[in-house]
Design a protein around this ligand. Structure first.
Ligand code: UDP
Length: 341
């Protein structure tokens, strides 16, 4: 029996894993995880877990493979035997050879190979856990590993797939969407938007391909932002990190403020409608009586306050009188003494 879901997208436009059609899976990256490699990056993207390591530039053997005017970029994509439920046979396969070739070429326009003639830059991408989109995940990790190794690059490369399920285009396919969907279109691009990898599996119209590319562009913008944040964390100065933290804090505060103002607006709307309801249901005579009662109560409290003030004033006057009395007595005593003398 097939595990194919009946529906991939519900009536609210939400996919099986809770994402909207144009939403990518959550991505986290950590650079410099391998101390022996010149550069490395560990990346998690949804349930994909990928490790990329870069060695080089270093001398290339055998010498006949050397390129006189530039370095050779060698890319090896590999799925660990334990990365999926059915054990993957170790060693190269047709699939991994193909993915290695096209993924290495995805870095052609950005890596400045002319600086290292005859050398080799080795990029290893190991898929530890696979859940569809592993070649794109590996490219996203490899670009950071290359930067980590200090390889001069004109910019970053980001990759993401788009596909089609239930007759709709969806960004960043998950496993069921990849396995049972109508199409899978992995794309890699530079920061300038130049496409450096484009493969396609399944059927899409020209319009769908064009719309899919635009969706991938949006996804790659988000991936570039994640990559840049990781670079800043690894290489940024404390000041730059502070700026990033401030920007993040600012964004958080803004979203909180938005939530608060939305909640306040909702509250106001509820209060207004309650007032309106109350005004509609209240008898005008009752309102008049209530207002008169409130005014009466105000008058009474005012009167009580005045009375208290008057009492306090009177008490103060008495005290002053009492305080002045002994002086008077003393003077009379003195005067009496004078008379006796
Ligand atoms: N897959 C698998 N065994 C294989 C190859 C692939 O189970 O030998 C799974 C794996 O989860 C992979 C998914 O199928 O991520 C989609 O594979 P595809 O060839 O489309 O490459 P990807 O989308 O991972 O780049």
């Amino acid at each position: 029996m097939s595990d194919k879901p009946e529906k991939f997208i519900d009536e609210n436009g939400i996919r099986l894993d809770g994402r909207r059609v144009d939403e990518i899976r959550p991505m986290t990256v950590e650079m410099g995880v391998l101390t022996r490699a010149d550069g490395s990056c560990y990346l998690e993207w949804g349930n994909n877990k990928v490790l990329a390591a870069v060695y080089g530039p270093r001398e290339l053997h055998p010498r006949r493979l050397q390129r006189p005017g530039e370095a050779l970029v060698r890319y090896r994509y590999n799925m660990a035997a334990f990365s999926v439920e059915d054990r993957i046979r170790p060693g190269p396969s047709r699939r991994s050879t193909e993915i290695s070739k096209v993924s290495g070429e995805a870095f052609e326009p950005v890596v400045m190979k002319q600086f290292y003639p005859s050398a080799v830059i080795d990029v290893f991408a190991e898929v530890l856990q696979a859940d569809a989109g592993t070649r794109t995940a590996a490219i996203n990790a490899a670009t950071l590993a290359l930067v980590d190794a200090g390889i001069p690059m004109k910019g970053l490369v980001a990759a993401c797939a788009v596909g089609k399920v239930d007759g709709q285009l969806v960004l960043d396919l998950n496993k069921p969407e990849d396995n049972y969907g109508d199409a899978d279109l992995p794309i890699a691009m530079t920061e300038d938007g130049d496409i450096t990898l484009l493969q396609m599996d399944g059927n899409l119209t020209v319009e769908e391909v064009n719309k899919g590319i635009e969706m991938v562009r949006e996804g790659c913008e988000q991936i570039f932002a994640i990559q840049k944040a990781a670079l800043l964390e690894r290489f940024g100065t404390a000041e730059e990190e502070e700026v990033l933290e401030d920007a993040e804090l600012q964004a958080e505060l803004m979203s909180e403020e938005e939530e608060v103002s939305e909640a306040a607006e909702e509250e106001d709307a509820v209060e207004e409608s309650e007032d309106l309801e109350a005004a509609e249901t209240e008898d005008p005579e009752d309102v008049e009586v209530e207002e008169a009662e409130a005014m009466f109560e105000e008058d009474v409290t005012e009167f009580e306050v005045n009375e208290e003030e008057a009492e306090e004033e009177a008490a103060e006057v008495n005290e002053e009188d009492i305080a002045s009395e002994p002086e008077g007595e003393e003077s009379t005593e003195e005067e009496g003494e004078k008379y006796e003398q």
